[in-house]
Structures are given as C-alpha cells and as structure tokens.
Design a protein around this ligand. Structure first.
Ligand SMILES: Cc1ncc(C[n+]2csc(CCOP(=O)(O)OP(=O)(O)O)c2C)c(N)n1
Length: 532
C-alpha cells in the first residue's frame, strides 16, 4: 500500500512539478517530512513572494508550478499574489496545510474554518477533499484545472493528518495518470470568414496581447502581420503581462492608450481591428468616450470564454491563439496594401540631475544583453522602458497584469529559476520593491543572479499622476522620503550600490548583469510620469 504523501509526490514527479515554492508552518511539516531528494524547495520569507515566484516560474517554464502556504494566515498573505496569478493566467497549484481532521470541528488553533471559500473568487477551483484518500485525485484535478485554458491558479486545502493515510494503488493510478489537453482549434468556417474579412479590409490592424506569447504564437503573429502588412499595436500596458509582438519590428506602432475614450479614438483610424490574446480591453482609468468609431469593426481571438463574453464590443473567436493565428494567415493569404510608416526611434534622453527615467532606460538599453529578460514593476517609467528597450524576442518581458504590487521582485526570482542560462533584469520602483522586499533574501540564499535596478524618485509618482487625472488635491501618503533599497537589499545579502549619472549607471549595470550572483543598482530619478 502507498500513503497519500507517496502517491502525491509520485504524481507531482510524473508531471514534472518537482519544484515547490513555499513558506512552511506546523500544519505543513507532515507533508514536507522526508522531502524527496529529486524535489527542490524554494523558501520565501513571505507568502506574497512564494506565490509571485511560482507565478513567474509557471509563466517562464510554460508548465504548472506548485506553491505551498501555511493554512489561513499563509493563504491570507498570499491572496494579492494569487489575484495577480489569475490576471496573468498563470498555471499555479496552490496548496495549504489545514488542522488535523479530528480537530477541525472544535476549531483547534490554526483551523481554517472555510478553507475552500477563502481564495475562492481568485482561483479557478478551490477545494478541500472530503477524505484523506481523495488528496491525490484532488491535486490531479487542481493541476488539470490550472493548466486548461484559460490557465490560472487553483487551490487545495489539505488537513495535516492526511499524509500518512494509505490509498488504493489501483484507484490512485487511474485518478492521477491522465493526460488532459485543452488546446482547441477554431471552427474552420469562422476562420475562413475572418480571413475573408481581413483580406477585404482597407485599413486593418492587429492588436497583440499577452496570450500570443503564452500560446507560443509569436512567430504566427509576425507571419500574419507581415503577410497582411498590418500595423500592430500592443494591448494597453496594464493588461500586457507579456509582449505579443516584437517591439523593434517595422510594423510595430506602440502601446494603445488604456482608457475608453482615447482608445476608441486611436482605433478609429482602422476599419477592422483583430485583437489576439487580450481582453477587450484592460481599460483604465475612466476616461469615457465611444467604445468604437462608426465604421470600425473588431474581432477578438482568445482562449478565454469569459474574456470573450464580457467584452463590450466586437465579435470573438474562442480558441487557441497560436493555432488560430496560423490558420488565419493561411485563410487571409498575402496582401499588397501599403504597410504603415515605421515609428520613429526614441528621442535622445534629456540630460539632467538626477537622471530622468528615460535616461535610465536608455542606459539600460545600452547594456541589455541579447538574451536579456525584463521583469518590470516601475509604474511611472513603464512606458519609457518599453519605448527605450524595444524588446524583440518572445518570453523576454514580464509585467504583473493584475496590477498588485509585489509581483515584480517575486516573479523575477521564479523567472530566473526557470531560465537559469539567461540574464534577468528586474526593474523596480522603490515603492514597489517594498511589497516583496523579503525576496532579496531568497535571491541571495539561492544565488539567483538577478540584476535589480531600482528607480528611486522618493514618492508614489504614478499616484500623483493619477491624482492630477482625478482632480484630487491634498491626498496624504504619496511621499516616500528616506527609502534606501540598496541598504535593505544589502542587509538581506544582495550586493548593492548606488549610481548617479549615466556613466556610473552604465558601469554598475554592466557589472551587475555579468555577475554570477544577485546584484542591486539603485539610481535616484526625477519624479513624475515618463512616457518615452
Ligand atoms: C498591492 C498594491 N498596493 C497598492 C497599490 C497602489 N499603487 C499603484 S502604483 C503605486 C506606487 C508605486 O510606487 P513606486 O514603485 O515608487 O513607483 P512610481 O509610481 O514612483 O513610479 C501604488 C502604491 C498597488 N497597485 N498594489
């Protein structure tokens, strides 16, 4: 006979889920007992970091990741990051320990009295198995649910006395050794119809979203745009957790504005808008206006039925994004319409002291390696980074689509673990860094050679920009005097330095990127929103 623990670890092994992110407590120790040698445990000092790492790891490997939290308080601490993982469509299985079954009714200390209800709105499936013997099957179900499109986190609560219980080998083998695939091709008639509409359109455009990269559709998107000579826009920044198109490509035009009014205006130049791998749209903030101009039609391609259903305009095809783009390219054929003008190179950055975010990101662009990966959470300099780096490769840019701060620092660790041979540069605002600050410990403890670049403007710049937009005056809590990220990171074991001026920054960043250990470079920057 096999125990729940043996059956569970065997199932995880067979699925390649041998890395566990987590922060343990007494309710998790029975699960961790005799931890198998072929598994790796990555310790986070806070659950937001554990979940954020798992999110980055899942996205960068393209496979399920596993994170284990400590009963109710651990899940509570991780909920903001679980929200982010849902927005990122990240296939993460979250497990949490629970009090022993015999002590749950009397609500002994640490009992999570409604464990499955706690993260429920933030996950695709939330469960506490009715019997110990159901744990392996529950975890298999959670794994399938997390990876089926649209991918996203699932949750299983596991009472601490379940792990030693014996299970029926035959039943467990059936329950856990199943392949469940979810890549669906679009209705061929619908693709032919869309291909015809595209070929006949006079001013069509492609809007590229994160689902292109996630589905492996990068080359298919480029092939479609080139065959049809489409101008290509990125979906608005808040929802663009990944790039969907090379931003150094001559057809690429930039990022669409995120608010309804300006977006409708920007799209009014086109008669057919094809949105691939994005919601329609990640709108924010509230600037009203027509959703779409008269004479503009829109069709979205998404693997997410909810995304398709909730869109306020246009038609939608629910299917795998990569497969559909490839089929659409065949259906539409080539076009000899005039390609769009190429967007200009960025203007030279202003010379000022301290540096502006544009100068910082121009400097980063000078030293950024060919295989470099950016994980970005520097709110007021997001657009500047996108414009200055113009990243041209898939899987090279990660951004928290949920908007919950703390994703950046944590996810950069998971991405680096997933891509040990590539250079990860994590770009943070000094305010954003605080939400996952203990991640510096994990970076140092596991020798993860991430380069952290912190832009310190001593304030929540983006919130001051929003205050202007919302006509809010006199809001407290928007200044951050005396935050010293370099000193904090150093105390966690990450070698850190401060740089001022472009030459110093250039030298510090090159050295940090080349180092085989985590390094941090903090640079004082001008406050304020930077768009390019
Ligand atoms: C968990 C969480 N709490 C609060 C916010 C609200 N928020 C959005 S941006 C921001 C400021 C970030 O400051 P910083 O990293 O210094 O970047 P800057 O705006 O100065 O570029 C805050 C607090 C959030 N997005 N997520």
């Amino acid at each position: 006979m096999t125990t729940v623990r043996e059956a569970t670890f065997q199932m995880l092994r067979e699925r390649g889920m041998t890395t566990m992110f987590g922060n343990p407590g007494s309710t998790e120790l029975p699960m961790l007992a005799d931890f198998p040698e072929d598994f790796r445990y990555v310790l986070a000092m806070h659950e937001a970091v554990a979940v954020g790492m798992a999110d980055g790891y899942a996205q960068a490997t393209g496979h399920l990741a596993w994170v284990n939290l400590h009963t109710a308080p651990g899940v509570g601490n991780g909920m903001g990051a679980i929200f982010n993982a849902k927005a990122n469509k990240s296939p993460v299985v979250v497990t949490a320990g629970q009090q022993a079954r015999s002590l749950m009714t009397l609500e002994a200390n640490l009992t999570n009295r409604e464990a499955a209800r706690m993260p429920h709105p933030l996950v695709k499936w939330s469960y506490e198995p009715p019997r110990a013997q159901d744990v392996p099957h529950s975890l298999a179900r959670a794994a399938h649910m997390a990876s089926l499109p649209p991918a996203g986190p699932t949750f299983v609560s596991i009472p601490m006395d379940d792990w030693g219980v014996e299970v029926d080998d035959g039943a467990v083998a059936h329950q856990t050794r199943r392949e469940v695939g979810g890549r669906a091709v679009a209705d061929p008639a619908a693709v032919r119809n869309l291909g015809r509409r595209l070929a006949e359109a006079e001013r069509p455009v492609l809007v590229a979203g994160p689902g292109i990269d996630a589905s492996g559709g990068w080359d298919a998107a480029v092939a479609l745009a080139e065959a049809q000579r489409l101008p290509v826009w990125a979906t608005p920044v808040p929802g663009g957790g990944r790039l969907g198109f090379p931003e150094d490509h001559p057809l690429f035009q930039g990022s669409l504005p995120p608010a309804i009014g300006p977006m409708g205006e920007a799209l009014s130049a086109y008669d057919l808008v094809i949105v691939a791998g994005s919601s329609v749209f990640p709108f924010y903030p509230n600037i009203p206006g027509p959703l779409l101009a008269d004479g503009t039609q829109l069709v979205a391609i998404t693997d997410d039925p909810d995304e398709a259903a909730r869109a306020p305009m246009g038609d939608a095809l629910v299917a795998d994004v990569a497969l559909t783009l490839a089929a659409l390219t065949v259906a539409a054929g080539g076009s000899d319409r005039r390609p769009p003008d190429q967007r200009p190179d960025p203007e030279p950055a202003q010379e000022q002291t301290p540096l502006g975010p544009d100068a910082v990101h121009s400097t980063l662009a000078e030293v950024f390696p060919d295989d470099g990966i950016v994980v970005l959470e520097s709110p007021s300099s997001t657009l500047a980074l996108r414009n200055r780096l113009r990243i041209g490769r898939p899987g090279s840019y990660w951004f928290g689509a949920g908007g919950g701060l703390g994703f950046g620092l944590a996810a950069s660790l998971g991405v680096q673990l997933a891509r040990p041979d590539q250079h990860v540069v994590c770009v943070l605002g000094e305010g954003s860094a605080q939400y996952a600050i203990t991640g510096f410990w994990t970076a140092a403890a596991y020798h993860l050679p991430v380069t952290f670049l912190v832009l310190n403007n001593s304030e929540y710049s983006i919130l001051k920009w929003f205050a202007g937009l919302e006509s809010v005056e006199g809001a407290p809590g928007l200044d951050l005097p005396s935050l010293d990220c370099a000193a904090v990171a150093q105390s966690y074991g990450v070698r850190s330095e401060k740089a001022a001026g472009r030459d110093e920054l250039h030298a510090a960043l090159s050295a940090a990127i080349e180092a085989a250990e985590p390094r941090l470079v903090e640079v004082a920057v001008q406050p304020g929103m930077s768009v390019g």
